[in-house]
Design a protein around this ligand. Structure first.
Ligand SMILES: [Zn+2]
Length: 280
């Protein structure tokens, strides 16, 4: 008899696309769809109509990647809507600044969601309460990470509550170590916003200016020309190939920030890169 292989599910829900926020909320579900997390459901009016009765019934937690309103602003309204249906999810957040938070995970704390194992990776910088969630399906080997406004495809978030040093730690130590090297090439990245196209434009203008300079960037650029949605299509290994914020020792990145001698600290390169991106 054939064993049916079912997969973990990630449903991306667009929010605030008409007003330029281009945010994503995600419904992460176990293979049998009996257990789900609803991640960053900031806009109740946009998220609730995207969920059917079955999906709502299985939501065990509302989860925030950080406290900004365009990620956490729907916590209370969605918890209230679910409560009317007899569903009482936990509200897992990086800090009590997120409205309605009931659980604050420690760095590397793990949760079980049906057959999925989820590791909380605390990545302070964009906000001090930023958390990335690394989910793993031991049966199928599928893996993904929800990175909020810490890691974007070909970019990273602004340093609102942190430093270049902290962003280097967040991206290049905490995320990479938390996921661990053998998993980099199979871990799909689900960021908090669809910023890929503008990130690619920045990387192309500022760093790898010619096609052929970075083959992975060429591929990503082509993908963005043909597709509006890039979330979930690229892995951590892809990021390591084209994301300058994860390539701080690449001579092309050092050149771009004016460090031809290669003598700047990584934190300094990170700060310079972020400033260049901010001013574009
Ligand atoms: Zn944010």
């Amino acid at each position: 008899m054939l064993r049916q292989v079912r997969k973990m599910h990630v449903k991306a829900i667009k929010m605030r696309w008409l007003t330029g926020g281009v945010n994503y909320s995600y419904l992460l579900s176990s293979q049998d769809k009996a257990h789900s997390w609803l991640i960053d459901p900031a806009e109740a009016v946009e998220v609730l109509p995207e969920l059917d009765e079955e999906e709502m019934k299985c939501i065990e937690a509302i989860v925030n990647t950080h406290h900004h309103y365009d990620h956490s602003g729907g916590n209370v309204a969605i918890a209230a809507a679910l409560k009317k249906k007899g569903i009482s999810p936990a509200v897992i957040c990086g800090s009590r600044v997120s409205p309605g938070a009931t659980e604050i995970p420690d760095h590397l704390q793990e949760y079980q969601l049906g057959n999925l194992k989820i590791k909380c990776i605390r990545t302070p910088c964009h906000t001090q309460d930023s958390v990335c969630y690394f989910a793993k399906d031991a049966d199928t080997g599928e893996q993904c990470i929800f990175t909020g406004d810490t890691l974007f495809t070909a970019g990273c978030g602004r340093f609102f509550e942190g430093t270049g040093e902290e962003m280097d730690q967040a991206l290049n130590r905490r995320i990479l170590d938390g996921v661990s090297e053998p998993n980099w090439d199979t871990t799909k990245v689900y960021p908090g916003h669809e910023y890929t196209k503008s990130n690619v434009d920045f990387v192309r203008r500022a760093i790898y200016q010619n096609p052929g300079d970075n083959a992975a960037l060429d591929k990503l650029e082509l993908f963005c020309r043909k597709n509006e949605v890039s979330t979930g299509h690229f892995t951590l290994k892809d990021e390591l190939e084209y994301n300058p914020f994860m390539r701080l020792d690449d001579p092309s990145v050092r050149d771009a920030v004016g460090d031809t001698a290669g003598s700047m600290t990584r934190a300094h390169v990170m700060d310079k890169l972020r400033k260049m991106k901010n001013s574009m």
